[in-house]
Design a protein around this ligand. Structure first.
Ligand SMILES: [Zn+2]
Ligand SMILES: [Zn+2]
Length: 360
């Protein structure tokens, strides 16, 4: 079994490297990406965060690789590794504590548990993701894999509940028009509203809105600075805070046909995910769920999956017009049509991200 996976991974890696060159003679994810921001209106250069972590591929317990302390900081940031007790900084050695962290990470992200930095794990690490820590949540269930924030906070506005949302009057972006952004968020809120007895209404009164949405660059005053192109895409706060922040440095897209950038990120997918946090959901370990923590560039994932729906309904109850059986039926037919549950398809998706970064 072990040999099978080794040869299999090697085969796919060779395929990935082979396919990279003829298809993408230029760098897919550039070392630095030119971004014109709405705030400064001047060209800035940012690094495509985390792509250098691909050099740790195949590291395992006992490995010593220069720069691994940076990867440990990543694991610390997202809740998998505590700060060292005896030394002031992380070391570059893959020790037993780090191995345990890798195992926790692999379990939490629904990966094969090997304790090593294998292809699938590195692919997950370098993928752009949500900035909300995976440790801020609890409640991985035996049968469901959704999670809540610690303490299971939810909005309490009576029944039926209406939450208002507003866009920042100052922190928006130029690359997507305001009407397009409004349409994206209207659809994203409607998806959640269709499964729980909660409705959402846009309001022009930003200061009085329950949910406040804006695009920010770098350090924006809440202790969770954004990091430029890719890396962290967005974050949102647990109920009943309502702050919803997107990284203004991303190439936000509402239509991949007109936005050709290889680092384009689908705004609607991220909006749908972050609304889940605003409502009280944490990260899911179901890869196809909207609440899974990472999202590859140029990927659209907006449809709520059974895991997302079960999670949010356990907080708010069900919308009387919602039917679980029809959702189940539509997802089964989708899975059958696209072969979502086959090992080949899963492996291909996880490799896509790594291909991007190895070719960089
Ligand atoms: Zn998230
Ligand atoms: Zn923020």
């Amino acid at each position: 079994m072990f040999l099978f996976f080794s040869y299999s991974n090697f085969f796919f890696l060779c395929m990935a490297l082979f396919l990279c060159h003829p298809c993408f003679p230029a760098r897919i994810v550039p070392e630095s990406v030119t971004v014109i921001t709405s705030e400064s209106q001047k060209t800035q250069r940012h690094n495509a965060t985390w792509h250098e972590f691909s050099k740790f591929l195949h590291a395992e317990r006992g490995s010593h690789v220069s720069g691994m302390s940076e990867l440990k900081k990543y694991f610390h940031r997202f809740g998998y590794l505590s700060l060292p007790e005896t030394t002031p900084n992380f070391t570059d050695t893959f020790d037993s504590q780090f191995e345990s962290a890798v195992v926790r990470y692999q379990k939490r992200l629904g990966l094969q548990v090997t304790g090593k930095l294998d292809t699938e794990t590195i692919s997950a690490i370098v993928a752009p993701r949500c900035g909300v820590s995976d440790a801020a949540t609890q409640g991985i269930h035996a049968t469901r894999r959704y999670a809540y924030f610690n303490g299971k906070p939810r909005w309490t506005r009576g029944t039926p509940m209406t939450l208002t949302y507003a866009f920042s009057p100052t922190n928006m972006i130029d690359q997507v028009s305001v009407p397009e952004i409004r349409a994206v968020f209207e659809r994203a809120f409607a998806r959640w509203a269709s499964v729980i007895p909660v409705s959402f209404r846009e309001t022009p009164e930003y200061d009085r809105a329950d949910i406040t949405i804006g695009f920010y660059l770098g350090d924006h005053g809440d202790g969770e600075p954004f990091d430029g192109v890719l890396g962290v895409l967005a974050h949102a706060f647990s109920p009943q805070n309502g702050r919803f922040h997107l990284d203004a440095a991303e190439t936000w897209s509402v239509d991949f046909k007109s936005e050709q950038s290889r680092v384009a990120v689908d705004l609607e997918s991220v909006a749908t995910h972050e609304i889940g946090h605003v409502l009280g959901l944490g990260h899911s370990s179901v890869k196809e769920a909207v609440m899974y923590p990472s999202l590859s560039p140029r990927r659209k994932k907006v449809d709520l999956k059974i895991d997302d729906v079960a999670g949010v309904q356990s907080l708010y109850g069900s919308n009387p017009n919602f039917s679980f059986s029809s959702l189940l039926q539509s997802q089964n037919s989708l899975n059958a049509a696209f072969g979502l549950e086959t090992g080949f398809f899963k492996r291909t998706i996880s490799l896509t991200v790594l291909i991007l970064f190895l070719c960089a």
